[in-house]
Ligand binder design. Structure first.
Ligand code: HEC
Length: 182
């Protein structure tokens, strides 16, 4: 769904990304050893494809909002992870608040706060949520975590009030805010 329709939702749920997991049960569907290993493989491929890492392809950033950041870049591609080829959407999140487009464009590494990624896994991974694998990396490829210490990789927020999945459900069936093309 187009982002213009979603401004209210963005503002209303602004803190939700950072509250991820607070409403989760004991064993949330993310942050398992398998999820962490998969996120590491994905990170390697993202670096090879120049979607992340020191040689990443740069685009012109644009102004964003929390939870993702005050300047954003969004890239779409097809990559292969563990023999499966699927769509990947990479969002680079820049800050802090008040940072200008020029500052980010001229010195992206100094302002990169996080890289949030959606990768469409094989059918049957989780058809209810479009088979997307969700992950939030720091610029060095390590994983962010929720307040309970659970790494943000896998079906992040599924079945909970906050997190990637509940918020992105507001974008419609494809779970994508920025495009209906994929
Ligand atoms: C509170 C709501 C919210 C939460 C929580 C959230 N997102 Fe988003 N996400 C958005 C919005 C709004 C956009 C569109 C931003 C823009 O204009 O570029 C977006 C865009 C994206 C995109 C680009 C694809 C798209 O939807 O257009 C990716 C990838 C992404 N988010 C990943 C994540 C991941 C991974 C998490 C969890 C770690 C997460 N998001 C948590 C609201 C959220």
């Amino acid at each position: 769904m187009k982002r213009t329709l979603r401004i209210g939702l963005i503002a209303g749920a602004a803190a939700a990304l950072f509250a991820t997991g607070t409403a989760l049960s004991q064993d949330p569907p993310f942050g398992s050893d398998d999820d962490i290993a998969y996120a590491a493989d994905l990170w390697t491929v993202l670096n090879e494809a120049r979607l992340a890492g020191p040689d990443k392809i740069l685009t012109r950033p644009y102004e964003g909002l929390e939870p993702h950041g005050f300047m954003l870049e969004t890239l779409y591609d097809e990559i292969t992870v563990g023999g499966h080829t699927g769509t990947v959407v990479v969002k680079r999140n820049y800050g802090p608040e008040g940072v200008s487009l020029e500052e980010v464009a001229n010195n992206p590494s100094d302002h990169l706060a996080a890289i949030t990624v959606m990768f469409r896994r094989a059918d049957g991974y989780d058809s209810e949520t479009g088979n997307w694998f969700w992950v939030k990396y720091f610029p060095d490829g390590s994983l962010d975590q929720n307040p309970a210490g659970r790494k943000l990789a896998g079906l992040v927020g599924k079945g909970a009030d906050a997190g990637c999945i509940p918020c992105h459900m507001g974008a419609g069936e494809d779970m994508l805010f920025t495009t209906d093309r994929l």
